[in-house]
Ligand binder design. Structure first.
Ligand SMILES: C[S@@+](CC[C@H](N)C(=O)[O-])C[C@H]1O[C@@H](n2cnc3c(N)ncnc32)[C@H](O)[C@@H]1O
Length: 386
């Protein structure tokens, strides 16, 4: 495909997304209809679409409208390229610019936030002076981060094994086991280093947060919202403990057994009705379902579809997860709460409300990670009984 044909494909996918289709589904649909497209074409179209979703307001302003065409015209103008050079109508290129498209731009003073209005307020309330910079950080690409499995090898060993397979990475200061991938990211999943459990894909902030969690030797540790078990695997690489995993949707733990085996650890999965008899636990981690606002570089359509009602529902679920999990924590144990959000209602305010409901608990530590070149936004609090 020519560069212009890729832009035309992105226009079609974006129009589908703007009509209400989820981004991944719209891209998959285009991919199925476009057997002629090679892997480089697919990556390029995906990049255009994601870039446009990350900077939707800015690009719509520069391109004169919130449509696939407007967003791509805006993207080109943002890159300093004249859209007329791409919108030529030749071959599979987008049709030439209309007179209106040549001159039109929107007046939108809040465009640089690249958030819906209500979220601009939420970012301001949550992040104060850092709010605009963090919103702008969400318009960039997320880093590809690996966690070296320290149980199986050193950072130096992992770096050289990856290099042998065409994956170039560097150690990243966010955590002693973190690698930032510079080149060859698409080769990771098929690499022997990955298959042998020497490295795992994991964001830098999640990695750093797991180094803060105190896990006494031999502790019984429950990952209460385990999903694929990434947090358990990060903890188990550093501590000798007994590992348990639970998730309200057990299907989400489908990959956990094979990931644990690759990492060289054993994790017992527990349904809800087995928690009481398997407990109490010395550490329970609730990596709660959240808005994901700290990760919107990776899922940029999410910031446009989140609503205040949906956020409120999530806050309610997070509170009840904490209440339920607290009942299974041993008397001297720790209840850890984590989100990949930067919003105060899901983080500090959630902890404040928990402490109001449970005056016999206190927060011994809490920490935020900002959206940076090393990681996503993340929050971790550690609660213990008074
Ligand atoms: C942020 S994800 C967890 C990610 C995972 N810890 C990891 O590191 O890959 C949140 C998980 O919480 C689960 N969940 C939602 N409501 C829950 C509940 N009431 N109790 C337990 N798990 C719940 C979801 O199914 C989802 O897998």
């Amino acid at each position: 495909m020519t560069p212009a044909a890729r832009v035309q494909a992105a226009i079609e996918v974006l129009d589908d997304i703007l009509a209400g289709t989820a981004a991944e589904k719209a891209l998959t649909g285009w991919g199925r209809r476009s057997r002629f497209a090679g892997s480089k074409d697919r990556r390029a179209v995906r990049d255009h679409v994601f870039q446009a979703l990350r900077s939707r307001r800015s690009f719509a302003m520069l391109g004169g409208g919130l449509t696939g065409r407007g967003l791509m015209i805006g993207m080109l103008r943002d890159m300093g390229q004249a859209p007329e050079e791409v919108f030529t109508g030749e071959g599979y290129a987008p049709t030439g610019l209309s007179g209106e498209e040549q001159s039109l731009s929107l007046d939108d003073p809040d465009a640089p936030w690249n958030l819906p209005d209500w979220l601009i307020d939420a970012f301001r309330d949550s992040l104060g002076e850092a709010a605009l910079a963090q919103a702008k950080a969400l318009t960039g690409r997320a880093p590809v981060m690996l966690r070296v499995n320290l149980r199986k090898n050193s950072t130096e060993h992992a770096l050289s094994r990856l290099a042998e397979e065409g994956v170039t990475a560097v150690a990243d200061p966010i955590s002693d086991a973190a690698l930032r991938v510079l080149e060859g990211a698409p080769r990771i999943a098929a690499s022997a280093a990955y298959r042998d459990g020497l490295v795992e894909l994991q964001d830098g902030s999640s990695q750093a947060a797991m180094t803060r969690l105190e896990v006494p030797p031999g502790a019984k540790v429950l990952d209460y919202c385990a999903g694929g078990g990434g947090k358990t695997l990060a903890l188990a690489a550093r501590h000798e403990a007994e590992w348990f995993a639970h998730d309200a949707e057990p299907g989400r733990m489908a990959d956990l057994a094979s990931r644990a085996e690759r990492a060289g650890i054993s994790v017992t999965q527990l349904p809800k009705d087995a928690l009481a008899s398997a407990g109490p636990f010395d550490v329970i981690l609730c990596d709660a379902p959240c808005s994901g606002s700290g990760t919107w570089r990776r899922t940029p359509d999410a910031k446009w579809v989140l609503t205040p009602d949906r956020l409120e529902d999530l806050v309610q679920v997070q509170g009840s997860i904490l209440d339920d999990a607290a009942a299974h924590v041993a008397p001297d144990g720790c209840l850890a709460y984590a989100t990949c959000s930067v919003l105060a209602c899901e983080n500090t305010q959630q902890i404040t409300r928990f402490l109001q409901r449970h005056p016999d608990w206190t927060c011994r530590a809490q920490e935020h990670w900002a959206i940076t070149a090393s990681g996503d936004g993340f929050f971790l609090a550690q609660l213990v009984r008074v």
